[in-house]
Design a protein around this ligand. Sequence first.
Ligand SMILES: NC(=O)c1ccc[n+]([C@@H]2O[C@H](COP(=O)([O-])OP(=O)(O)OC[C@H]3O[C@@H](n4cnc5c(N)ncnc54)[C@H](O)[C@@H]3O)[C@@H](O)[C@H]2O)c1
Length: 420
Amino acid sequence: MTYDVVVLGLGYVGLPLAQQATRAGLRVLGFDVKPGVVTALNAGRSHVDDLTDADVREMIGGGFRATTDETLIADAGTAVICVPTPLAEGDGPDLRAVVGATEAIGRNLRPGTLVVLESTTYPGTTDEVVRPLLEKLSGLTAGIDFHLAFSPERIDPGNERFGPRNTPKVVGGYTRACADRVAAFYGRFVDTVVRTKGTREAETAKLLENTYRHVNIALVNEMARFCHELGIDLWDVIHAASTKPFGFQAFFPGPGVGGHCIPIDPNYLSHNVRSKLGYPFRFVELAQEINATMPDYVARRAQNLLNADGQAVHGATILLLGVTYKPNIADQRESPATPLAGRLSALGATVMYHDPHVASWTVGDIEVARTDDLEGAAAAADLVILVQNHREYDADHLAGVSKRFFDTRGVTTAKEAHRL
Ligand SMILES: NC(=O)c1ccc[n+]([C@@H]2O[C@H](COP(=O)([O-])OP(=O)(O)OC[C@H]3O[C@@H](n4cnc5c(N)ncnc54)[C@H](O)[C@@H]3O)[C@@H](O)[C@H]2O)c1
């Protein structure tokens, strides 16, 4: 075998995995369907936040190379699928990329290969979608001729403390031998490997983790609304509650949930429960409803703030600070800033944004005006909304120079600021 592993899908998940494996001395091939991604990586350029160009060059120095040629998959002992799993129309799972990657492996599968699915998906995908495709295209049998496993990706982009090496890796094998093989594979470059009974348990563990966050964020988002009405500072409440050394984990309200996981993955589970069993997963559906309406709630609060001074949203200039889905990264996927800007524009506001990580920003068909003059734009705007608290922002200072400052992240202490 020329390669120890081929990583299929070189994005936020696949590239850090390839990096970790390369650093551990494995011979790593990256496969992606986007020629632009492959060309850039082979030229030493990174397209994800967590890796710099220097990191990619280090990988290339360590033997990594990227390709769009699927026949090279046959030269790897292990194939790991890290492709996107978005929502289809009607909020069902869109498994087209998983199917595409599985077919590419199936056409090139050799006896003895380990195939691992890492993409987040509904329980049963490895056994019901990936396995039959691999078997059909290769003529080989899972558990006998090749090994098959699911291992959920847990990457947290921008997290400086926990990366692919020190985040325990959950693995579920199709058979016991598959479990042994996949545990040994990740054990080469991950500190702790945790086995589940089978592939479905590993698939569901990932969905439980994301659903847990989704539901708890919805809980505090709902509380934010009534605490505001009651004149209670929820941020202070959370601070107090989180001093309990056991049985409580702090979650914080915000303008809505974003990213590729929290707003999407729990739907995979609720859709699966509904389609297989015919009843709803009520927690997920309720959390979805609450979190999805937060941008609208923030727009309403913005409207009220202007209204209190006799000013309409219509014709007001509103500056949004930070439009990515989490702080200090460039990823804008599912960012609540997008529906918020859409709502404010629909009400007639002139929306502008500042974000050191986002060079241009389009909402619907409209390119939102960008400013680099943070203080000047904050002072000139009728309202400033802190949507994402990037480390470049001194929120209290900005609240001081703004006419009105709405802090959706609870980071200000200045009394001029209005907190969510
Ligand atoms: N980004 C995260 O923080 C995160 C965290 C945990 C889990 N996940 C899960 O990991 C999976 C991948 O997410 P991501 O954020 O890395 O996506 P991404 O969009 O950053 O990268 C995916 C890559 O896969 C490529 N691709 C698409 N179809 C392909 C195919 N058929 N064959 C090969 N490559 C293909 C794309 O061109 C892209 O470069 C998803 O299931 C996601 O839910 C993501």
